[in-house]
Design a binder for this molecule. Structure first.
Ligand SMILES: [Zn+2]
Length: 186
């Protein structure tokens, strides 16, 4: 309805413009929910990851293979011990001793992360048809991670959850939802 409060002149403002204070940062961002702020951080992290590629990858060129590489890349920051088949703790849910098996991102963390990124992609203007986070390849990868971690740690992953039973998967998923992914600052 109303035109701009400030008249903008195409030629640029004169140096001696007498407008008093700039009113740019008067409105602080509204308080975001934990999920929303986590989603925003994840989105920024992924964007930064694409920029760090050689050569950098534009979001519009991003496809599921970049997402898969991103998920594998995140494993180096993981905190979940996933035992190899040759390890004596393979299949033990809560092994007491140390071993040399690698730390990985827990399946629940990756699954929650992909969910947030999938939503963020579309909220940032991406088309659902081209959403790389919704790709079948990602689903297959996550399922493989889930199954291999279930075997390595001796945790049975059941499709149906019963509320009465304390489900270790559920706990780890909730924990996972609050996991923050950081890129090392270069
Ligand atoms: Zn091990």
């Amino acid at each position: 309805m109303s035109s701009d409060h400030k008249r903008r002149e195409p030629g640029g403002e004169a140096a001696g413009s007498s407008s008093s204070t700039q009113q740019q940062q008067q409105h602080p961002a509204p308080q975001l929910s934990r999920y929303e702020s986590q989603k925003r951080r994840d989105w920024n992290t992924f964007g930064q990851y694409l920029k760090n590629q050689r050569p950098p990858v534009a979001m519009s060129q991003c496809n599921y293979s970049h997402v898969l590489e991103f998920l594998r890349y995140l494993d180096q920051f993981g905190k979940t011990k996933v035992h190899a088949q040759g390890c004596g703790y393979f299949g033990h849910p809560d092994p007491a001793g140390p071993c040399t098996c690698p730390l990985r991102q827990a399946w629940g963390s990756l699954d929650a992360l992909i969910g947030r990124l999938r939503a963020a992609y579309e909220e940032n203007g991406g088309a659902p048809e081209t959403n790389p986070f919704a790709s079948g390849a990602i689903r297959v990868y996550l399922r493989e991670v889930r199954d291999s971690q279930a075997k390595a740690r001796g945790i049975p992953y059941k499709k149906k959850k019963k509320k009465r039973i304390t489900n270790p998967l559920k706990a780890s998923t909730e924990e996972a939802a609050s996991t923050t992914f950081h890129l090392p600052s270069s």
